[in-house]
Write a protein of this length. Structure first.
Length: 505
């Protein structure tokens, strides 16, 4: 069998699907018949007559296809072409790495140096314009923070972009987002090739779909990619406030397919609003100040009244809402806005949540779209920067116990797009051999698996049952009993979208 082939049946698979009783028992191998892109029948292995293109699972484990609910697609795809700064332990080291780096090649051959992934919150020194200038000279140089909420530029880059006023060379929040938009605006043919390559890599990890939250007008770019043959993933793309009026004027509603294309792979997703900053940039809106800065409690980048107005308009147009809220104050205000507007959708990140707000997620039907690996990326920063906070940090189990639907993602490129890393982080709350961090907030393997499907955890989780869309992944171990290392290195034998192979090992 080959990638792109449509499978008519899967033989001898062990099925992992919560809440679905299976004929012959849950632990026995089963055969699955697929017709018209959907599961037509399930029976104990050998009980059905199978014909056509049959995929032999050889006793491996079959799961519903996995989703990443928060991806910045172009930035994720381009990250591999940029200098990795994740290992830089100081500002001086990051500057030296960039000074020795090659200019960008194959993406925008205009003499820029672009690095990404630095985390400065625990550095003993601070990003500084003179420091970066001394290392990089007159070559325009850009260092993108891992959280994407700040960008450190040298003088040549500041002049080029028209931001000479940044005295330390660091742009935060909206100016930083604008720089990322400019850096992502590469030749469409080049960008699409990198996106296709990244999508194939995601499919090889069992991913069947992503929510694309690129800060752009996304319908046109996805129409172009579909026309060029993109078929590796399902995509739901976001719309930002800058484009809300256009989206309404053109009649876009959540769930619509891309206009002018016969494919149903790409659909209109949520209306995305960023309402506060981030932990690493010390701009997440919190109820208590950051250490050493008694007047800094972060920023609400969208005032509550404006948020209500935006969500009211979007909801009236048929768009569900995805509200970025990291600090506890931002989460409270986002939940208030959902309550006032009757909007449906999700809070993105929910990294610091007040105890009183936990049950409001379920009561309002608001999903918690969270990134479990961020808890491990930020554990040391959290212990320092949020030590005085009384709200709960990265409260996965608390949210699930309160009835919230969890939806897992990576925020790629902030964390690598790998659902098995997210599942392992959520279940074991550790990596790299460290002691588990806040293990009381770990969730069960089944909850983590459900949160990695399109519907998220809870009653809407994807199931393997007759009538369900045949978005499936075949893996080499039972994820319900696998240890952390096995989960992180999970082998994926096949990935299918509506019965069509998008990956075959």
């Amino acid at each position: 069998m080959n990638r792109g082939e449509v499978v008519s049946a899967i033989r001898n698979a062990r099925i992992v699907s919560s809440g679905v009783p299976l004929p012959g028992g849950d632990d026995e191998p089963h055969d699955i018949v697929i017709a018209g892109g959907r599961i037509a029948d399930i029976a104990p292995a050998g009980a059905l007559r199978l014909g056509g293109a049959v995929l032999d699972a050889a006793g491996r484990w079959l799961l519903p296809g996995l989703w990443d609910h928060h991806v910045h697609t172009v930035q994720w795809a381009l990250a591999a072409q940029r200098v990795d700064l994740g290992g830089a332990a100081t500002a001086a080291e990051a500057a030296a790495i960039m000074g020795a780096a090659l200019v960008v090649r194959g993406v925008a051959d205009d003499g820029r140096r672009i690095g990404t992934g630095y985390r400065d919150a625990l550095w003993p020194d601070r990003p500084d314009l003179e420091l970066l200038d001394a290392a990089t000279g007159e070559v325009p140089t850009y260092l993108i923070n891992a959280d994407v909420h700040s960008v450190w530029l040298n003088s040549a880059a500041l002049r080029r972009e028209g931001f000479e006023h940044a005295r330390d060379g660091v742009l935060r929040e909206q100016p930083a987002f604008e720089i990322s938009r400019r850096l992502n605006a590469v030749n469409p043919g080049v960008a699409d090739a990198f996106v296709a390559r990244a999508a194939d890599a995601a499919a090889s990890r069992g991913v069947v779909g992503i929510v694309d939250l690129d800060m752009a007008w996304n319908e046109d770019v996805w129409a172009r990619r579909l026309a060029r043959g993109f078929d590796a993933l399902r995509v739901e793309f976001g719309t930002y406030p800058d484009h809300l009026e256009r989206a309404i004027a053109e009649g876009l509603s959540t769930g619509d397919t891309v206009r002018g294309q016969r494919s149903d792979l790409v659909r209109v997703g949520p209306f995305k609003v960023i309402t506060d900053g981030s932990l690493g940039t010390r701009t997440a809106a919190c109820s208590h100040p950051y250490p050493g800065e008694p007047h800094n409690t972060g920023v609400l980048t969208v005032p509550p009244d404006e948020l209500v107005e935006l969500m009211t308009v979007a909801t009236g147009a048929g768009l569900r809402c995805a509200v970025h809220a990291i600090g506890d104050v931002a989460n409270s205000r986002a939940l208030d806005a959902f309550a006032l507007t009757g909007a449906t959708g999700s809070i993105e990140h929910a990294q610091l949540v007040a105890h009183a707000d936990l049950p409001r997620f379920a009561r309002l039907g608001v999903a918690a779209s969270v990134q479990p690996e961020h808890a491990l990326d930020d554990r040391d920063i959290t212990e320092r920067e949020w030590a005085a906070q009384t709200a709960l940090a990265y409260p996965l189990r608390s949210l699930a116990a309160a009835g919230a639907s969890l939806r897992f993602g990576s925020d790629a490129p902030v964390s690598p797009l790998d659902p098995w890393a997210a599942i392992a982080g959520a279940v074991y709350r550790t990596r790299d051999g460290r002691e588990p961090w806040h293990p009381h907030e770990a969730v069960s393997p089944q909850t983590a698996l459900d949160a990695s499907t399109h519907g998220g955890s809870g009653d809407a989780a994807a199931r393997i049952e007759p009538g369900a869309t045949a978005d499936l992944v075949l893996c080499g171990a039972d994820p319900r009993t696998a240890d952390e290392s096995v989960l992180r290195s999970m082998s994926v034998s096949a990935t299918l979208i509506a019965g069509r192979l998008t990956h075959l090992a």
